[in-house]
Design a protein around this ligand. Structure first.
Ligand code: PLP
Length: 472
């Protein structure tokens, strides 16, 4: 890093503007918070493209400097602030890398924004399967799956991988991308959960260090940035930077949020000045928390993935939803629950700041103190033919789907039909059904599991009546 990362140029510009006690005759309509009843000081930083505050879509001042400093921390050729999450980053990355009809490799359990980007680009997806553990957690893509797909489709244009996985598992993207680059494939890495990997060991390698062409990170997930604040980094000349900029300007608001951008500036400074001592302290706190959790309940299983800030809790004999409900009853709110487990995301804590780990241990103890030890019967999962293959394609092309009629069928009769809807348990936002894909017995089994557990399921479906839309 070449720059002084204690500086935050955009925050300085906003503070400079506020220091003159400005009177707002501009949007937004809350007039620097004056139109708010009560104390809402955060409105005061909600500004617009005033003199000195630069313009996200054509930056030459504070935003340009803040984005240069971002590129310096991450070692990219060019970095962008995003005000519409990694969602917009994924879509812009795909649109700028693919023409209609181009083939794209995509990790099957990707975020829905990736599939939406492929649809908007009218590209053709080839789904790459991932490895799964016993609990149904994805561990990442295997090299031989990509290699086999490359032999079948050597003219593929781009590849979109999720790294790390939602639960913090890393895998060998360096080797995978080296192979893909031999075929001149643009490698787009959705690193939504890995903006902190730049801190180095014990975190996994960053996607940019492994050779990615475009990387998208939700700064708001792991760094202290506001919701929707994300980064997009360009890592190589394989990427058409002009197109990326053009799509970002097209897809994002022409009135980008200054509080979000300021928080992105702050998050970059936070990670750019995070010292070895800060990291040691953070990890020491995490290991103390882990040790304390071990004592709480004989059936509480605590697992860490490759990312020490992702903690997976399982309570034997209970679903993740039950565990989540018990934790929430004591005011402990996990990131997400699934049928097997809950995921806790831990903070990066700088020295001088603190996180209430002790209080959390007390509350988790209270939440589980009356949970009896139960007998555990193994969950029998159906065999999945697609998971055993390395890749799969859609049964229908987009144009063919447009010409088909949709019919509502009961889940019990849906096996072998072609899905007409995207059906996505949320969180985490990984579609179980994708339009144009044949519906397997295993997917129906998993949907049933989500329905029984009353999970939130987004998309085009009628699951309240246990029905889905299919093409006929
Ligand atoms: C892997 C992954 N990619 C992309 C996204 C979208 O990110 P954002 O919420 O920043 O738009 C998410 C959100 O959960 C995600 O988990």
């Amino acid at each position: 890093m070449k720059r002084d990362h204690t500086r935050t140029p955009l925050i300085e510009a906003i503070e400079g503007h506020r220091s003159v006690n400005p009177i707002s005759f501009h949007v937004p309509g809350h007039k620097n918070g004056l139109m708010m009843m009560g104390n809402h000081s955060f409105y005061q930083g909600d500004l617009t493209e005033l003199s000195g505050l630069d313009d996200l879509h054509d930056p030459h001042g504070a935003i340009a400097e803040a984005e240069d400093m971002l590129a310096d921390v991450y070692g990219s050729l060019k970095s962008y602030f995003l005000v519409n999450g990694s969602t917009v980053g994924n879509i812009a990355a795909i649109l700028s890398s693919c023409e209609p009809g181009d083939m794209v490799f995509v990790q099957r359990n990707c975020h829905k924004s990736v599939l939406n980007g492929i649809k908007l680009a009218r590209a053709v997806p080839v789904f790459i399967e991932t490895e799964w553990d016993q609990a149904g957690t994805s561990l990442g893509v295997r090299f031989d799956s990509v290699k086999k797909a490359l032999l079948a489709f050597p003219h593929v244009k781009a590849c979109v991988l999720t790294y790390p996985t939602y639960y913090g598992y890393a895998y060998n993207i360096r080797k995978i991308m080296e192979e893909l680059h031999k075929y001149d494939v643009t490698c787009i890495i959705d690193e939504a959960h890995g903006a902190h990997f730049t801190l180095g060991t014990p975190f996994p390698e960053t996607a940019l260090d492994c050779g990615a062409d475009i990387v998208i990170q939700s700064a708001h997930k792991m760094l202290p940035a506001m919701t929707m604040g994300s980064y997009l980094h360009i890592g190589s000349n394989r990427v058409n930077g002009r197109k990326v900029k053009e799509y970002l300007a097209m897809l994002q608001s022409s009135s980008p949020s200054y509080p979000i951008m300021a928080s992105l500036d702050y998050a970059r400074s936070y990670v750019g000045t995070f010292s070895k001592e800060d990291l040691d302290q953070t990890l020491q706190d995490v290991s103390g928390f882990l040790q304390a959790l071990e004592e709480i309940h004989p059936q509480l299983i605590i697992e860490q993935s490759h990312d020490p800030l992702k903690l997976i809790l399982k309570l034997e004999g209970r679903t993740g939803y039950v565990l989540q409900e018990w934790l929430e009853s004591e005011g402990i709110f996990p990131e997400l629950a699934d049928p097997s487990q809950v995921l806790l995301i831990l903070p990066l804590v700088k020295r001088g700041l603190s996180f209430p780990y002790e209080e959390a241990v007390k509350r988790i103890s209270r939440a589980l103190e009356n949970a009896p030890v139960v007998e555990v019967s193994p969950v029998i999962r159906p065999k999945h033919s697609v998971r055993e293959s390395h890749f799969s394609t859609l049964e229908l092309a987009l144009e063919e789907m447009d010409a088909k009629t949709e019919v509502l069928v009961s889940l019990d009769e849906a096996e072998g039909e072609i899905s007409a809807g995207m059906v996505t348990p949320y969180p985490p936002g990984i579609p179980l059904l994708v339009p144009g894909e044949r519906i397997s017995a295993e997917v129906i089994w998993r949907l049933n599991e989500y329905i029984v557990n009353k999970a939130n399921i987004q998309g085009h479906h009628r699951l309240v009546d246990r029905c889905v839309f299919v093409y006929r």
